[in-house]
Write a protein that binds this ligand. Structure first.
Ligand SMILES: [Zn+2]
Length: 57
């Protein structure tokens, strides 16, 4: 299972808090319109002293 570094304290988190789909605005690409569909995962920081608590990848 993948983890992610917390940008606040550098801690390594493997705990996924939640995930959701995000649809950013259409991106022009070479004259064509490309619709992006991103799954964004939100992680829980393992450090209780970290002020971020949660962060997205
Ligand atoms: Zn942290």
């Amino acid at each position: 299972m993948a983890g992610f570094d917390c940008p606040g304290c550098g801690g390594w988190s493997r705990r996924i808090h939640s995930s959701y789909l995000r649809f950013p605005a259409d991106v022009p690409s070479g004259g064509r319109r490309v619709v992006l569909c991103l799954r964004v995962r939100r992680f829980l920081c393992p450090a209780t002293s970290c002020g971020r608590q949660t962060f997205v990848e």
